[in-house]
Write a protein that binds this ligand. Structure first.
Ligand SMILES: [Mg+2]
Length: 219
């Protein structure tokens, strides 16, 4: 009965992080007061999501961080694909499901851990950091579809593929997934980090193997 499955990235398809932004900030030892000012600015509505993302990426840019530094941060934080991720994606594909990413994560994570992601997923909503030939940060394209925007992305992608949101599944782990979890026909909280997502979801899975979602989707 389900035709399209949307995944969050950090903490859902990728293990050992709840936020890649936090991984990079921590690894690069970014001043917490400066970061927290921007978080407060976003939460109070003083700055937009895009301005918040640009603010944080500019901090890394000013520190001269290169593509290789981002890779080192992911390696030393032991980021990896969630157990069962490849088998799960291929099982869903075999059953004809459209696969979508709706995430506030950053493209370099997928480039590093799931390099074929553009072949595997029909649509990818994520923030992109671009690097120049020497490895320096050249630009940022922040996603418009994090937080409440995740539900907008779900409606957009359902329309594109000619399915109803009731035929869509969403799998996520954190507070930024609450809005989309309420919207999807089947919402799965995967190792949820917050009670609000548990309450908004149809199913809760507490096990670090994402293939546990399959029986709920495929029946
Ligand atoms: Mg997440």
């Amino acid at each position: 009965m389900y035709k399209l499955v949307c995944f969050d990235v950090d903490g859902t398809l990728i293990d050992n992080t709840a936020s890649i932004w936090h991984v990079f900030h921590r690894h690069f030892r970014v001043d917490e007061r400066i970061r927290n000012d921007a978080i407060r600015g976003y939460k109070s509505g003083k700055i937009t999501y895009e301005e918040w993302a640009m603010h944080d990426v500019m901090l890394w840019h000013k520190m001269g961080k290169q593509r290789s530094d981002f890779i080192s941060a992911m390696v030393s934080s032991k980021l990896r694909l969630m157990d069962g991720a490849m088998d799960t994606l291929s099982a869903l594909r075999k059953r004809g499901m459209k696969l979508v990413i709706i995430s506030g994560s950053i493209s370099i994570v997928l480039e590093h851990l799931l390099p074929r992601y553009q072949e595997i997923f029909d649509d990818v909503f994520i923030s992109h950091i671009h690097f120049d030939d020497k490895g320096g940060i050249s630009s940022l394209k922040a996603t418009e579809y994090d937080m409440e925007g995740k539900a907008t992305a779900l409606r957009k992608v359902a329309l594109k593929h000619g399915v109803s949101v009731n035929e869509c599944v969403f799998v996520g782990d954190n507070t930024n997934d609450v809005g989309v979890a309420k919207e999807a026909g089947l919402s799965i909280a995967f190792n949820p980090k917050d009670k609000s997502l548990v309450e908004a979801s149809d199913i809760v899975i507490t096990c670090a193997d994402i293939s546990r979602i399959l029986p709920h989707i495929l029946g």
